[in-house]
Design a protein around this ligand. Structure first.
Ligand code: TXA
Ligand code: MG
Length: 315
């Protein structure tokens, strides 16, 4: 298949509206979208990524009004989070509306809903005639794509179109909160931090799996994730890192002497933004081992830590 590259949100939306599969930028990572009213396009999303059919997709909406097309029973807790954090890097799991096909939710009675803030994403979604189901626009198991070039690398020839935008400003996938249960649960850490969530709803708990134990609640959490070809080795700042010509380092301090490639980030925001593109850069340069400084489990550090540990295969 020929993949159309376009800078026009309207052209991209037209292709999606006619049943195409279209990658588009968001502030977290690029998404691979299909209209929820196009079952064949939804099938193609799973196929293009090589994604297991039991891993549900997040549905993207343009406006809060569209929420009623996607979810039923929006609890008071969910409303408070929506008021505070939509549009933005937050996905809520809610009871699904009967219009949402089970192919999107992987058979679940709940649906993940997100309203992105990125202006290009918003323009694209405003031209889409129905809400857009979209996982991250990468091959299943590889790091998420944070630039259109990364999407192109993974999916050129497998999707109908790629809407080119700027690199994602956050670089880590959205925070996911399950609001379908009586007490909301953080399923995936992201740029909306647990501390920010607690300032609205102090009772939110942390899914044990996302805190490094037990069985995952979110179906996708059981699959290997974010992993480049190189081995990921989490490290602490006070550790001596064995270096070599095929080793790399990313973190806030250093660099350790003798690594072939490194990225020193000024703060955690930059670390989050650069992590996945650094993984891809290392693969392109034939690096075998990527040492990643593990930040403390607070603020956006919680999300970086989660991605590094998952990429290393330690949970
Ligand atoms: O930032 C993001 O969330 C990006 C952009 C494109 O929006 N999307 C994204 O999608 O990261 P994906 O498919 O790579 O990750 C979605 C995660 C998966 O782990 C999936 O299992 C979980 O969300 N998920 C989706 N629907 C769910 C549901 N109803 N209940 C529990 N988990 C769900
Ligand atoms: Mg993904």
């Amino acid at each position: 298949m020929q993949t159309t590259l376009t800078d026009s949100a309207e052209v991209a939306a037209d292709l999606l509206n006619s049943g195409g599969v279209v990658a588009f930028p968001t502030e977290t990572v690029y998404g691979l979208g299909a209209g929820i009213c196009h079952p064949e396009a939804i099938r193609k999303v799973f196929q293009a990524k090589g994604r297991p059919g039991d891993n549900p997709l997040i549905v993207h909406i343009y406006s809060i009004e569209q929420l009623a097309l996607v979810a039923d029973e929006i609890s008071t807790d969910a409303r408070l989070l929506i008021e505070r954090f939509f549009p933005g890097p937050l996905t809520l799991v809610l009871k699904k509306n009967p219009h949402i096909p089970y192919s999107v939710t992987a058979g679940l009675e709940t649906v993940g809903v997100r309203c992105p803030a990125n202006p290009v994403a918003r323009e694209f979604l405003s031209h889409c005639t129905c809400p857009v189901a979209a996982p991250s626009a990468n091959l299943s198991g590889l790091p998420s794509a944070t630039s259109w070039e990364a999407v192109y690398e993974d999916l050129n020839g497998k999707i109908d179109a790629l809407l080119r935008g700027k690199p994602s400003t956050i670089g880590l996938e959205s925070t996911i909160v399950d609001c379908s249960t009586s007490i909301p649960v953080l399923l995936r850490a992201g740029a909306i931090t647990l501390e920010q969530l607690h300032s609205v709803l102090p009772e939110i708990t942390v899914n044990p799996a996302s805190d490094e134990q037990e069985t995952p609640k979110s179906p996708g959490l059981k699959y290997p994730h974010y992993a480049p070809k190189a081995s990921i080795i989490p490290c602490r700042t006070d550790e001596t890192i064995p270096t070599g010509p095929s080793s790399a380092f990313i973190g806030l301090s250093g660099p350790p002497e003798g690594v072939a490639l490194f990225k020193i980030c000024r703060n955690l925001e930059e670390y989050g933004r650069e992590l996945f593109s650094f993984f891809r850069q290392c693969d392109a340069q034939g690096i075998n081992r990527i040492y990643c400084e593990l930040p403390a489990n607070s603020g956006i550090g919680r999300a970086i830590r989660d991605r590094v540990l998952r990429a290393s295969g330690s949970h």
